[in-house]
Design a protein around this ligand. Sequence first.
Ligand code: NAD
Length: 328
Amino acid sequence: MDIAVYSTKSYDRQFMDAAVAKDHTLHYLEARLTPDTAMLARGSDAVCVFVNDQVNEVVLKEFRSLGVKLVALRAAGYNNVDLGAAKRQEISIARVPAYSPEAVAEHASALILSLNRNIHRAYARVREGNFALEGLLGFNLQGRTVGIVGTGRIGASFARIMSGFGCRVLAYDIAPDPACVRIGVTYVALAELLAASDIVSLHCPLTSQTRHLIDAAAIGRMKHGAMLINTSRGAIIDTQAVVDGIKSGAIGHLGLDVYEEEATLFFEDKSDEVIGDDVFERLLTFPNVLVTGHQGFFTSDAMAAIAETTMANITSFEKTGHALHEVA
Ligand code: NAD
C-alpha cells in the first residue's frame, strides 16, 4: 500500500523505516493534517496520523474523494477523529491501543518526583553555583494518598508504581478493574477521591464526559495544596481554572504533559517565536508548575511498538479489509 504519513519527525522515520513491510511505501509529510493539507494524501491508499492531526468531516470527505480507505493512528487516543464522519465516508480508523503503558505511567511518576523534590529548580540553581536549599523542601511519597482517575492500561501501570512507593492508592473509573483491587487499589466516587488525595493523576480518555472534568468546582473539592498531574489529554482540565487554583494555593503543584491548546505549540521548536497563548505562558511563570511537551509516550520501547502495530494494522487491512485494532 501507499501510505501518506502526516506530522513526521526524524524519530518517526527512524522507527517507521525499521518496521515497514517491503510491499508498503511510506510517503513522509512534515505537515500536520488539516483541511488544507488533506490533499497531500493524493495517490495514497492509507494515511497515518498522530495526536494533533485533524481527522474531521472535511478531511475525511477529501480522503474519500482521493481514494483513501484507512486512517491509521500512531496513538492510543482518538479524540481527534470524527468517528461518525469516518463511518459516513466509509473510511476505516485504526489505532495502537496498547504500545507501552509503562512509558506514560513512568513519565507521570517522573513529573511527580521532579515537582515534589523540585528537581527542575535544583538543576537550574546548581548550574548557577547556587546550592541553597530554601524553596526546595519536598515530602515523602511513602504514606501519601494518590488518586487515579481512569485505571485502564496506563492508570493500572501507574497504580503499580505508586503502590511500590508505599502510597495509599484510590481510584475512580466508570469500569473498575479487579486486577487493580487485587494490588490494593480502593475504588471511590470522584468527589471522595478529590477530597482525600495528596496527588491526583488523570489517566482517562478525553470524551464528552471527561472534558473539563477538573474545573473550578472539582478544584474546590480537592485537598488544599494537592498536586495535580495530567498526562492524558489537555482538555480534561479547564486550564484557566487551574491557573486560578495555583494562584490561590488550592493546587500546590501542577505537572502537565498535555495542554488544551497544544496543537499549535507542541512537537515544534518555537524558541525563536513570541508565544501568543497567555494562559500557557502564565502557567510557565509558576515555580511549582512543570510542563513537558507531550513526551509521555516517547521511549524507544514505545516508539518501536507503535511503529510495529501501525504496520500490522495496515498489513491486516490490506489482506483482510480489517485493521487489527479498528476503532468502533
Ligand atoms: P485505556 O482505554 O486503557 O484506559 C482508559 C480508562 O479510563 C478505562 O479504564 C476507562 O474505563 C476509563 N474511563 C473512561 N471514561 C471515564 C470517565 N468518564 N471517568 C473515569 N474513567 C473513565 O487507555 P490508556 O491506554 O490507559 O490511555 C489513557 C489515556 O492516556 C488515552 O486516552 C490518551 O488520552 C492518554 N495518552 C497519553 C499519552 C502521552 O504521551 N502523554 C500517550 C498515550 C495515551
